[in-house]
Design a protein around this ligand. Structure first.
Ligand SMILES: [Zn+2]
Length: 424
């Protein structure tokens, strides 16, 4: 941060922003998990009938883990075993990379990290909560964060949730740039903003306030309809500030993720060059804007389950799929009715609404999600990848819900859960 270059008014705002960030950092360190379950064994050999390696399903391959990383993946018969090696034969099971949840609010809702880990999520990206450096991944949940959500004064989510530990308001471009730099200094891997006027029918954030509803339910197949603005709409960041945020984030090689749920927020996000939408929008979005998003290589994080009552969600997801747009896995852990772990319903909706095949949905929660986070090989089972693994009995094609309570969870080579019988 360079406060000497800023006006007094901005400096005041910055001071409060700094105090806020310092406060949340303290909260974070006092709440940091200390979870290591079992020391990493020198080498661990896993046999399973099926291995999904983050990209493809294979039969008859086994996986060797050494020093917290995947060492080898090859046919079972080609492994030479030795007495020092721990061997687990999973039998008729499917081994997969630990899942990556790209939209969670773990700290804000004080959800226990080990609960999430034991239910198959080995990495989360917290998209609104205290800022901190990435941590975990060695027997504990790997947590990356955006830090607090940048929004307009009195904007969402401050207007309904307050600002503490979840959001930070900015009123000008220089102030916004300074907040972006400060968050990145403190460990933010992505910058999260909110562009939410409120009132979308079916959205969880619409349930406790009385805005006029948008007309999305009546949008035609091409949805060429702007959102209606009630006078009571929550204030949103103007395009100029969002452009400044995007420019500053990109200068520091960070992407910007926007909470968008209706047309006016989508328009601002597109005009400002926002990289990612943190949700499939709730209201029906004009097809021309979805096409523009695809042309700008926007990535959308689903959160289809928590938004499944939204008027436009199925239509938006179907159009996005037809356009070939990228949809990644995020269920929004902390939202009502979302399990604290893998959400099989999210995967089902990715298949039903966005016409994905099961391997596409699994890729979106593993290899593609890891690539999106920029952590080398995360979400894959290949030599050199972090040994974050889960296993379920049988085949997820027949037993998708079993992913919600895997029989084996390994984080950084350390066994966190094992309900399979060990052969050693
Ligand atoms: Zn969220």
């Amino acid at each position: 941060m360079e406060p000497n270059r800023l006006s007094n008014r901005t400096s005041d705002c910055l001071r409060s922003a700094r105090d806020f960030l310092a406060a949340v950092t303290i909260v974070l360190f006092s709440a940091a998990p200390a979870l290591v379950q079992e020391p990493a064994s020198a080498s661990l050999l896993l046999h399973a009938a099926r291995v999904f390696d983050g990209n493809e399903m294979h039969n008859g391959l086994s996986v060797l883990v050494k020093n917290g990383r995947i060492a080898e993946i090859k046919p079972r018969a080609s492994f030479k075993t030795d007495a020092a090696m721990q061997i687990i034969d999973l039998g008729d099971a499917t081994l997969l990379p630990g899942f990556i949840e790209l939209h969670a609010h773990l700290s804000y809702q004080k959800i226990a990290a080990d609960t999430v880990l034991k239910h198959g999520i080995t990495t989360i990206r917290d998209l609104g909560g205290p800022v901190h450096q990435p941590y975990g991944g060695e027997g504990d949940l790997r947590v990356l964060t955006s830090g607090p959500i940048i929004t307009a004064p009195h904007g969402y989510p401050i207007v309904n949730l307050g600002a503490a530990n979840i959001a930070i308001a900015v009123a000008g471009e220089e102030e916004a740039r300074a907040v972006v730099r400060s968050l990145i200094d403190q460990g933010a891997v992505v910058i999260k903003i909110a562009l939410e006027p409120g009132g979308e029918t079916g959205a969880p954030w619409s349930s406790h306030h009385g805005h006029a509803h948008h007309d999305s339910a009546h949008a035609g197949p091409h949805g060429a309809q702007a959102a209606s603005h009630s006078p009571a709409a929550w204030p949103m960041l103007p395009e100029a500030i969002v452009k400044a945020i995007v420019e500053e984030a990109h200068r520091h090689r960070r992407k910007v993720s926007a909470h968008v749920a209706e047309t006016s927020g989508v328009r601002i996000a597109l005009n400002a060059g926002v990289d990612e939408w943190a949700h499939m929008p709730c209201d029906a979005i004009p097809e021309s804007l979805l096409k523009q998003a695809k042309a700008q290589n926007v990535i959308i994080i689903g959160t289809l389950d928590t938004l499944s009552k939204c008027a436009g969600i199925t239509r938006n997801a179907a159009i996005w799929a037809e356009l070939g747009g990228e949809l990644l896995y995020g269920a929004e852990i902390a939202h009502p009715d979302i399990p604290w772990g893998i959400d099989a319903q999210e995967l089902m909706l990715m298949m039903h609404m966005a016409k994905m095949e099961l391997p596409d949905a699994l890729r979106a929660a593993t290899a593609k999600a890891g690539q999106h986070l920029g952590v080398p090989l995360l979400g894959t089972i290949q030599p050199g990848a972090p040994a974050d693994l889960i296993a379920i009995q049988g085949n997820p094609a027949q037993h998708l819900k079993r992913l919600e309570y895997p029989g084996l969870v390994i984080s950084g080579g350390r066994i966190v859960v094992n309900h399979f019988v060990s052969a050693d």
